[in-house]
Design a protein around this ligand. Structure first.
Ligand code: GTP
Length: 252
């Protein structure tokens, strides 16, 4: 695999009670439209959009999940593999606010600790609000989440929500890659002859546990700093992902 063929693709799930505006948010973000009609999502739906973060193409795959409990069994299956999540509630629906912690748990039960953001939608209806801003801020603080008030109708803050998640995920990805493939760490592993400890498949071969990021050619700035391939040739400079692959090929 060539380094240029690697791109970042992020699976984002949007969760929250029924009618808070999940489908509308995804439609607004991916298609630039807003409709007043309410059509309950049956199970799950999916749209995608490509954006640029730090000069790199990032593909966001947005999974719209049904808010009704009756679909829980189906929707949960689609949380798997998600790298980011929007927890949404509505300004005019108190129950949807009170359900946020439950939604967070449901997602974490399936995928663990991933990039998340708290979204209070329908902020255009603030005059009829049943949730105080103070309460939302307290919840965000308690759950340690960034909070965005949005109006899908007025196209307020929708772009910001998804950009924040993409940046947060990439930050996490970079710190994991740096931790896993720092030259010092590889050197230490070689000295202790335990390179296979990085991550092994059932046959003891090295595998990459990170979601691969696809990177396109001629980009301004890579997400991760390059490292030297200590396994094949310490003089060959390669990206961390390739460095791992070299190790994989060598151990096969
Ligand atoms: N005023 C206002 N209405 C909104 C906003 N966002 C969505 N709506 C409306 O809220 C209703 C429900 O929106 P949906 O996007 O279908 O809600 P959902 O969360 O996907 O609902 P489920 O599919 O049942 O889970 C629709 O009538 C939308 O037009 C907003 O920002 N402001």
């Amino acid at each position: 695999m060539r380094e240029e063929e690697v791109e970042v693709a992020i699976k984002v799930v949007v969760v929250g009670n029924g009618a808070v505006g999940k489908s509308s948010m995804i439609q607004r973000y991916c298609k630039g439209i807003f409709t007043r009609d309410y059509k309950k999502t049956i199970g799950v739906d999916f749209l995608e959009r490509q954006i640029e973060v730090d000069g790199e193409d990032v593909r966001l795959m947005l999974w719209d999940t049904a808010g009704q409990e009756e679909f829980d069994a189906i929707t949960k299956a689609y949380y798997r593999g998600a790298q980011a999540c929007v927890l949404a509630f509505s300004t005019v629906d108190r129950e949807s606010f009170e359900a946020i912690e439950l939604w967070k748990r449901k997602v974490e039960d399936e995928v663990g600790d991933i990039a998340m953001v708290l979204v209070q939608n329908k902020i255009d209806l603030i005059d009829d609000a049943v949730v105080h801003t103070r309460e939302t801020e307290e919840l965000a603080k308690k759950l340690r989440l960034r909070f965005y008030p949005t109006s899908v109708k007025e196209n307020l803050n929708v772009e910001e929500v998804f950009r924040y998640l993409a940046e947060k995920y990439i930050d996490q990805l970079n710190s994991v890659v740096e931790e896993k493939v720092s030259p010092q760490k590889i050197g230490q592993d070689l000295m202790h002859n335990d390179v296979k400890n990085h991550n092994s498949d059932p046959h003891g071969r090295q595998v990459i546990s990170l979601q691969p990021s696809k990177r396109r050619a001629n980009k301004k700035k890579p997400f991760t700093t390059s490292v030297y391939c200590m396994l094949c040739n310490p003089l060959v400079k390669v990206g961390p992902v390739l460095s791992f692959l070299c190790g994989t090929l060598r151990s096969q």
